[in-house]
Design a protein. Structure first.
Length: 261
């Protein structure tokens, strides 16, 4: 068997595995969408996991790091996250396996009402996220175009500022539709190691589901902040038109200048 054939056979197995699990991969982190923010920049670190797994930190726990920048009523945030155990293994110099995954997210938020002395805030937001595995990168580096599932949330959030003497509490709630679709589809189905992979059909449907989230932010001394969120709703199962309910909880801290009211 030539090197090319060995690579092709491995890619076939990888793509078949991708078909089985692509839609089942869950980022495991709630969407933080507090609409009460101010001009500034903050660096975030969060952890979360499916609520069905309880509160014990373990194999299903996800960690993420990110940055948010706000200028007046416009806020932009970006995060990268992965399974906690995978992150620890990578930090320790371990070799990744084919299923090691990383999630990238971006969110743009526009505040319509609020700020200053107004205790109420209202914003609209939209964004995108996608999960990439080590297998996906190998397939792409081999020159094959393959579909990647992307999610596009669009929604609105409302927040309330509660003074607490030396500090304050910002509570919020948000609803959103998440549009899920495979992108980067090939124009024709590729033939790999003599096997025709039916990849084009993955991109035919665009699925949507509704999710809601609630949360709170507690600023400390104008520099630090602690935040929490709970996110609920349905996610695609990988079978067209079939969804399952999955809830997430998350806790995080941030440090920065401004960016929080």
């Amino acid at each position: 068997m030539t090197s090319r054939m060995r690579v092709g056979t491995a890619l076939v197995a990888g793509l078949l595995g991708f078909v089985a699990q692509a839609s089942a991969q869950v980022a495991g982190m709630p969407l933080f969408t507090n609409p009460r923010y101010g001009t500034g920049i903050r660096v975030h670190a969060d952890l979360g996991q499916p609520a069905q797994k309880g509160t014990t930190i373990g194999n299903t726990t996800v960690v993420q790091a990110g940055v948010s920048i706000a200028l007046g009523s416009l806020g932009i945030g970006a995060n990268v996250g992965m399974n906690k155990n995978d992150a620890q293994s990578l930090a320790g110099g371990a070799t990744v396996n084919e299923n090691t995954a990383m999630t990238g997210t971006a969110l743009v938020q526009l505040r319509l009402i609020g700020g200053g002395l107004n205790p109420l805030s209202l914003s609209v937001f939209g964004g995108a996220s996608s999960v990439l595995t080590a297998r996906d990168l190998v397939i792409a580096n081999a020159g094959y175009k393959y579909p990647v599932r992307a999610n596009f949330p669009v929604g609105a959030a409302v927040g309330l500022h509660v003074p607490l003497g030396l500090t304050s509490l910002n509570v919020w709630g948000a609803g959103r539709y998440v549009f899920s679709k495979f992108v980067n589809c090939p124009a024709t189905n590729p033939v790999i190691a003599g096997v025709t992979m039916d990849l084009k059909s993955w991109c035919d449907p665009t699925e949507k589901n509704f999710r809601w989230a609630v949360g709170a932010d507690l600023p400390l001394m104008g520099i630090f902040s602690v935040r929490a969120a709970y996110d609920s709703g349905k996610v695609p199962t990988g079978v067209k038109g079939v969804f399952q309910k999955v809830d997430f909880w998350g806790l995080g801290v941030s440090i920065g200048f401004g960016g929080m009211r």
